[in-house]
Structures are given as structure tokens and as C-alpha cells.
Ligand binder design. Sequence first.
Ligand SMILES: Nc1ccn([C@H]2C[C@H](O)[C@@H](COP(=O)(O)OP(=O)(O)OP(=O)(O)O)O2)c(=O)n1
Length: 260
Amino acid sequence: MGFLGTNELRQILPNCIDKFDDKRIDNVAYELSLGEEAYLTDSKSGKKEKLDDKNTQIVIKSGQFALLLTDEVVSIPDDLIAFISIKFSQKIKGLINVSGFHVDPGFKGKIIFSVYNAGPTNIVLDKGNPYFMIWFSNLTSSSLVYNGKHKGQNSISGEVIHSLNGELASPNVLLDRIKSNESKLTNFSWAAGVIMSIGLGLSVKTCSDNSKFNEGYQQGLKERKIEVLIDSAIQRVDIDSVINDRIEKQLKQKKDDSKK
Ligand SMILES: Nc1ccn([C@H]2C[C@H](O)[C@@H](COP(=O)(O)OP(=O)(O)OP(=O)(O)O)O2)c(=O)n1
């Protein structure tokens, strides 16, 4: 088993790649480009993107997955196996090839790359640009040829998209949630602070009202005690003797007056 070199690629690839272009041979690899379909996991519509002359770009946001369909239909000869990857210029930005790395002998169809943006920034890809690489290797003996469900694949199937549906706990989504929870917590702290201040003010006022009431009550109690004391003192004085005393004084006065 050995990888095919540049000259061997030039000989066999015109029969293996439907849109073969000699300029796409890159040493011992061939460059594959982004085709007409892509699916982004943060798609609002939940549908795949159709790329054409007007809609030429996709943006894979940081922390998002995407499915990318190649422009080329690849036909692997029965006596070869191929290996696929993403070019370094995209990898360095954080684009990771999550999907399989091999293409079976006898496979024919477009390749679907499942990728993840593990980088800190959005990654922009253009239709028709070469982002992928494929290497070919011969086998040491003959093998079974591929006859599975991906045979003849020409688009990103609903089944494949469905497998990526659901909530994606990407770092960016989590970061957004943390930020939103932080701002909710700040608002809650403000509201709690305001409520606590109002409560504190009310309880201080209630305490002061209570102490004023107590003061008034004690003062009233004192005055009432004094009234009771005065009343009892008055009651103790003998009213009759006072009246008698006055009558006697007046009688004596009259007597004195008549003598005169
Ligand atoms: N990123 C990739 C990787 C592989 N393939 C194609 C080429 C392979 O020959 C074929 C089957 O690969 P696997 O066996 O790894 O995939 P599955 O297990 O999904 O398919 P199957 O059930 O047919 O084995 O899928 C593809 O289109 N895109």
C-alpha cells in the first residue's frame, strides 16, 4: 500500500473527479471545493443553504457545526482507497473535520464534510473555493467495493440534517446564556436592593412611631396619676367643717355688726 504521487494522480484523476482541473493537484493531494449546499446548525429556518451565483457565501459562527457538500463528484476505483481532510488555511482558523476520514473503494458521489468551528471568530467560506483535500492510496490486495447508503449521494439528506438538530451546547451559546443570566442577576440585585431599602425605611419609621406612641402613653399615664392623687386629696378634706367654719364666721360677723 502506498499513496499515489503527482504523476499517478494526473493519470487517474480525470476519470475519478468529474470536474477535474490539473491546477487543483497539490503535490500528492487533490483539492476539492465547496459546492451548492451547506447546512449550518444555527440556521433560523432549519433548512440547508443553497449556494449559487447570487448566494455565494456561508458563515460558520464560532462554536457551530456545519455540513458542507463538495462541488465535485468523486469516483474511487475499486483498487484504491482515499483519505480526506480540510486544508491548513482553514484549520488554522479553528475549522475541524468531524466526519470520517476515508472514502471506500468503489464509492461514487459528492463528499459531505461535517465541520466544527472551534476557533474564536466566524469562518466565511465561498462557493467554488478549494477548502478540502483528498489523497489516494492503492491497496495491497483486492477488496469489497462500497455499496452502502452514501453511494451516489448528490446532496445533504434530511436524515443527516436531522441528526444535527437539537439544542447545541456550543461554548458561544453557553457564553450568551451566562451573559444573559448575569444581566438578569444584576437586574434582580437592583430590584432586591430597592425593595430592601424601602423595607428598611418603613421599619425605621414604624419603630420611631412606636417609640413616640410609647412616650405619649407614658406621659398620659403620669398625668392621670397626678389627677387621681389630686382627686383623692380633695376627697380627704372635710367639706362640712369648712362650710360650718364659714357659717360661724359670718354669724360672728353679724353679731359684731349688730353690737355696733
Ligand atoms: N466525510 C465523509 C466521509 C465519508 N463519506 C462517504 C464515503 C464513504 O465511503 C462512505 C461510507 O463511510 P462510512 O462507512 O464511514 O460511513 P457510514 O457508516 O455512515 O456509512 P455506511 O453505513 O454505508 O458504512 O461515506 C462522505 O460522504 N463524507
